[in-house]
Design a protein around this ligand. Sequence first.
Ligand code: ASN
Length: 332
Amino acid sequence: MKNILLIQTGGTIAMDSGDDQKPTLNASKWADLIDGALPELAEIAKVDTHKLFMEDSSDINRKHWVALASFIHKQYQNYDGFVVLHGTDTMAYTASALSFALQNTHKPIILTGSQVPMSSIRSDARRNLVNAIEIATMDLPEIAICFNDHVFRGNRSSKISIGDFDAFGSPNYPPLAEIGLHIELQNHLQEPSGELRLSTDFSDQLFLLKIYPNLNPAFLQEIPLQGVRALVIEAFGSGNFPLSGDYSLIPFFKQCLENDILLVFTSQAAYDAVDLSNYESGRQALQLGALSAGDMTTEATLTKLMYLLGNHADNSVVSKKFIQNIAGELTE
Ligand code: ASN
């Protein structure tokens, strides 16, 4: 029987629904909830549990990513697979960050959570947990999100629904497995090349700008550019933004370049890839030296940049590495 380590980090799956049916974190109760709710886990694997921290996932930041990656790295030889219980709100960010912090995993590292607390009758927690444990016993060398009968590569995933049990999607990469009567792993899985590598430096010297009609460029003057090394622009469609008249963003982008800030374009559209050569605004961005995030999610784009900025003081190295696939996050 496989040995699985179940790591608690918080989220709704760790919460109690109080009298008002509003989920609240309850640090002391979670292990009892799991033991009581799921005796059948023992039929799937030998499961050890560990509470690493207890956060609503909105409070997760790079310190938590480092603690989680380091803990898995430390325990790596002791287990066949890992399941991380995590809030859904930022699960895709943590999964992406882990894919850069723990490269070349030969073992499954599976994140899951729930939309409804375990203690509620109609909770999805039980099913997600059982599925995740079973997936963690399989031959899946991936950092993945297992949710509502789908298994997605972590750094290709996004939270797509607030209320639906089907809370995650992976718009630009097919699921790694679908869970039905049987679980069938697909054959487009990562192939680790070498030993597991731990990397724990994530920078926060970047800024995300979402483009919208009537975005007032005067407001952008308030951003303190001195502390920023990369600006991610979540643009329209294939990488477009206002170009003409008072709303043109070109003067701001030029200002960024004068401050040695890397310009990276991602898209508000979830499917397909950014192509800056398509329209005039994108072409002008290209001429300024902007980079395209290709078909990466915004979560992968941000966490990849945090990882690269944290590991390289020179922005020209960051740009060179950013456009290469590192952990299955980008179709080259
Ligand atoms: N607010 C919760 C969290 O992300 C949402 C959830 O887990 N369903 O921690």
